[in-house]
Design a protein around this ligand. Sequence first.
Ligand code: CMP
Length: 136
Amino acid sequence: MSERTLVLVKPDGVSRGLVGEVISRIERKGLGLAALELRTVDRATAEQHYAEHDGKPFFADLVEFITGGPLVAMVVEGTRAIAAFRQLAGGTDPVEKATPGTIRGDFGLEVQFNLVHGSDSPESAEREIKLWFPNL
Ligand code: CMP
């Protein structure tokens, strides 16, 4: 079943020159792009995006980081796109959880600077796509 998911190459991924690498892995997996934009996100959007983490000890740093430089937001589509991108990304902690061969496992070291985001459920995907690409 075809699905859509919201993918971010976070500011650390952009500054490290990994945008092409991430897009290449998405395309080689067989997924497609429905939307793509380089943008610097404002605080309100960042806080909405990460609303479920509001109140956690890392929330303020996370919002600071995600608003701190340009990121690439995209809508990725294809069969089981939500789970498929999360497989490509690897676990949230690039060392403890993500395995080699995944984006985070190959390129990441720290939980906060874990390079990419992907929606974690159909409900999150719908909410996040509406937030980032309201006209799609
Ligand atoms: P992401 O998949 O975008 O979803 C929530 C983000 O919060 C996560 O990736 C990490 O970047 C960040 N995060 C999760 N846990 C921690 C933590 N313990 N310390 C700092 N950042 C975290």
